[in-house]
Design a protein around this ligand. Structure first.
Ligand SMILES: [Zn+2]
Length: 273
């Protein structure tokens, strides 16, 4: 499943290629599953719109659309929302490129290219929305005070709190484990019991880990394709994730793996308290 850095990388890649382009027409597959908005409504709302910006909100890709027919200053209230689910991909391609199996949406652009959405497992979602801001706070933008307030009074483990999308949106399993290691916090600690200095450390660690992964082009353990269709993701060097039994990079203690909130959770029993 793509995590925040992958989604950010894809959103930026799609933005670079197609912002300013106009959607001429659309085609959608007959499957019911990826479409949160009926495909007729989606088709008529998308046609004629200019794609002003493509950006990440949580783990969603948001297309800000301007209405070319309106004489007023284009409003950004109309948005096309793409969630990649487990296996979703966006491709910007020439129209004569062969249609991949499991293609569910094709947008014809005025520049002559196509934007395609491909999703073999169909956990992805496409929808029309307005003023989408997502369920939780942005981990890259949240202030120290707001971050600390998220966890106040919460009895659940800090790892589970980090994964709760209504608190912070877009933090997945890999980056939760990696940021807790860097902040030297045991994943099982009750979130509400962490002191403010430890929470400040965690906020900075989370931001640093996410930014490093974005710089590296996202990291993923599943096979992954960039907006170009080129294989394009490097792994950041994980300190704990996927390293059960291997020596901690700081102290040499074997990394432990437990299951917490249903997810494999990796930590150093010596460095993380
Ligand atoms: Zn260690």
């Amino acid at each position: 499943m793509p995590e925040l850095p992958e989604v950010e990388t894809i959103a930026n890649g799609v933005h670079r290629r197609i912002h300013g382009d106009v959607i001429r027409s659309t085609w959608f597959s007959s499957f019911k599953q990826p479409f949160k908005t009926p495909r007729d409504a989606m088709a008529s709302a998308l046609a004629g719109r200019r794609i002003d910006r493509v950006r990440r909100v949580g783990k969603h890709i948001v297309f800000d659309l301007a209405d070319l027919l309106s004489r007023k200053t284009p409003s950004h209230s109309a948005q096309w929302l793409v969630h990649l689910g487990m296996t979703g991909r966006l491709l910007v391609t020439a129209p004569d490129a062969p249609l991949a199996p499991h293609t569910h949406a094709v947008l014809d652009l005025a520049s002559g290219r196509q934007l395609r959405f491909i999703d073999p497992r169909r956990f992805g979602r496409l929808a029309l929305v307005q003023d989408f801001s997502g369920p939780g706070h942005e981990p890259l933008a949240i202030s120290p005070g707001d971050f600390a307030a998220l966890f106040r009074g919460r009895k659940l483990a800090i790892k589970a709190a980090l994964l709760n999308q209504s608190l912070l949106q877009g933090v997945g399993n890999i980056y939760a484990d990696e940021s807790l290691f860097r902040a030297r916090i045991r994943p099982t600690r009750p979130a509400g019991r962490l002191t403010r200095p430890r929470l400040d450390r965690l906020r900075l660690a989370l931001r640093a880990v996410l930014r490093a992964a974005i710089r590296a082009g996202g990291s993923s353990v599943s096979d992954y394709v960039d907006a170009d269709g080129s294989e394009g993701f490097f792994q950041i060097q994980h300190c704990v994730y996927g390293r059960e039994g291997e020596p901690c990079r700081v102290c040499g203690t074997p990394i432990r793996r437990i299951v917490l909130a249903g997810r494999g959770t990796h930590f150093c029993p010596h460095c993380q308290r």
